[in-house]
Structures are given as structure tokens and as C-alpha cells.
Design a protein around this ligand. Sequence first.
Ligand code: GLY
Ligand code: MN
Length: 430
Amino acid sequence: MTTILATRRLRVGAALPLGDAILVVGAGGPIPLPEGSDQTYPFRSHAEYYYLAGHECAGGIMAFDPRDAGTAEGGWKSFVPAVTEGERVWEGRSQLPGLQLADFEAWLSARRNRTVANLGAQVRDIVSDATLSAAVREAFRHARRIKDEAEVGLIRRAAVATAAGYEKLRTLIRPGATERSLQIELEAEFARGGATRPGYGTIIGGGPNAAVLHFEPSARIVRANEFVLVDAGAEIDRYMADVTRTFVAGTPSSFQRDLHQTVLRAEQRAIASCVAGAEWKEIHLAAAVDLVTGLVDMGVMRGDPETLVATEAHTLFFPHGLGHMVGLGVRDGSGLAPGRQKDPRPSLRTLRMDLPLAPGHVVTVEPGLYFIPPLLNDPARRARYRDCVNWTLVDQYQDLGGVRIEDNVLVTTGAPEVLTAGIPKSLTVG
Ligand code: GLY
Ligand code: MN
């Protein structure tokens, strides 16, 4: 076991509110495809297991007894299945390090009368305490938020592979390219850069599709002078980058330029605010005000930006939160600070997290402005925001799409470090 894993386990073990209960963390198992064959979805151990075990292992179990915290491994045991002949023959697997899974029963029965918390996947038919498990999961999430050196190192490598993909993409975005062809080339370049796989479903939308927040690339052909929004990141050993850039295939209009500039300015200001102690929700609100200020200057919205944000009018064009934590998963460790309840202010409804930033956090900063027909054509919204929006202008841009710009930021004891700074943000390509 590496020192980093040992340190991680000790830190997590000390942070969990187990009392005298024991903890089991399941990796989970492969999920068969619904086709009646021997094929499964690509296996990924549960992130809670992976964080502690440091390997993919179907059926693996990490177990922790706080009573053994003073022993060599700090009370942690890693149980792994014995590799079978079939697995050696068909998949070329070798035995993972750890205790034999068969010995888990003995470990458990020696603790027969103890309460059990179960994280990760359900471990066998163990009856665990659901309330305790939820509290332990929450504490685990808090303990995982601060990334250690190894984690940041992997995100850095993922960012480098992601940058290579975007560099290649710039040479390929042109009228006539399909969203899908761009996806194929981007993901191939990620792989050449060392990526294990894309970190999440790649999003590429041309024209109106750029306004679909999680658009799956289609056979649609990119047309001249329209937006192409690309949101994609490489993953290396389960750690990923999450990056968005918006391009124009051709010559942007002044409206497209203004929209892009507005988002870029909001993003840069938000990134500069990612310092230790800063409240994420305040950074989000300030970004929303910046975006609305730009829309007012462009003649799209009317009124005082702060008031427009307080009344949620910004969500017509910026319907998501400013970002989330990223690392071991695309939404790694987001959520609320310990003891915090969801802030009821309407202007914060779209936020994925509410916490003060701390050194070691890695967050995405991803403001966006979109023309989304299902929102803009909703009669209730049109009525509520009748005087806040220049609807005649908006109706001219129903097919425009949108702009999002996203970077991954490491919070430090000093200035924020942009891990994805190597990926240019210019609107035009070629
Ligand atoms: N990369 C997609 C998202 O953050 O929602
Ligand atoms: Mn994101």
C-alpha cells in the first residue's frame, strides 16, 4: 500500500462519526447489459471504495474498526476476491494485493454485536444502520473535499490530456464538420494524451444545440458562423478535468462576441475570487450579477442587475450554478458545508454547493449564457419577467445557442491556480 493511501485512510478514519460502530465500504460489482449476454457495463468501483482502496476491484471490501485505530493499519483492512482461473484465461487478470475475501466473514463475525455503517456499494446482505451510514457518508464527503497531492497530480495530468484534445479540436471545427466527428477526434486525442476514458459524456452542440446544457453530440453538421459549445474532459485513473469552451465556426457577429466577452469576464472575475475562506454562493451571486450586467448592456435585459438576480430573472439565461467540485467523479464532494441547510433564497436555487472554499479544493467555474427555447417560451416566465427582458430582441435569437466557459481551479493558501489554464479561450478558430 502506498503512503498516500495509508495517510488517506488514517485521516478518513479519524473523521468519521462511527462511535463504536464498524464500517464496511463495498466496491460493487459489474452490471450486466440488458441483452442476456455475458457483456457488462464498464466496471467502476464505487468512488468511496476507490478513494480508500486505490484500485478497481469488483467485489472488493474495505473494512474499518475504530477500536483497532492504534494498530499498524489504523484499523483498516482491504479484502479482495481471489482471482479465478477463468479471469486469468479470459481477461489476463492477476491477483490484487489485500486480504482474501474469504476472511471477511471471520473479521465480521468477530464483531458480531456491533452496529454497522455501509458506504460505497451494499456489502453482501449485511444489515447496516441507515441513519448512521448517512451521517458517516456526509462526514466522508467532507473529509474527501481537500484533495491530497496524488489527487491533484492526477487532475493535472487529466488537464494536460484535455488540453491536447482541445488543441486538436481547434483545427477541426469548421462548417461541415458534424458534432459527432468532433467528439470522435477530441476523445481520440484525449486517449493519445494518456486518458483512460472521457470523464463524463462529452457535450458538443452546434448552433441551437449549444443551448442544451448536456447535449449529446449528434450527426448535425456545424454551419458557418454559429456557436459550437464543447464541454469535455479526459480522465486518468478515475480523476478528471471538466472543461468547456465555446467557438464560432467562421466569423462571429458582434452579438456573439459580446455574449462571449460577458461570459469570459464573469468567469475571470469568479476565478479570481476562488480564495480560501470565500463563500461559494457569494461568488456565484457575483457572477450572476456580472452576467446580467452584460445582458443589460447588450439590451437583452432591463433593470438593475442586483435586483434582477434577486428575483431569479438571471435563470432565464443562466439556469445553472456557477460550478461544482471535480476530481474523483465529475461532481466530486460538492454539497453543503457541515451543519448547513440549503439556503432558501430563490437566487441560489440552482447551486450545487454551499460552502467556504479551502486550500486543496478543486472547483469548476463555469458561467454561461444561453437562449433556451423551453425557458424563453414558457408563458409563466414571459409574464413574470415581462418588463425585465427585451422579448422582441430575444425572439430574434431563439436559435442562437449559448456560451459557456469552464475551467478547473485549485484553491490554495494564496492566489487560485487554474489547472486548465493551458486551454485557450478565444472564440474564433483557425
Ligand atoms: N460537464 C458537465 C457539467 O458539469 O454539468
Ligand atoms: Mn462542469
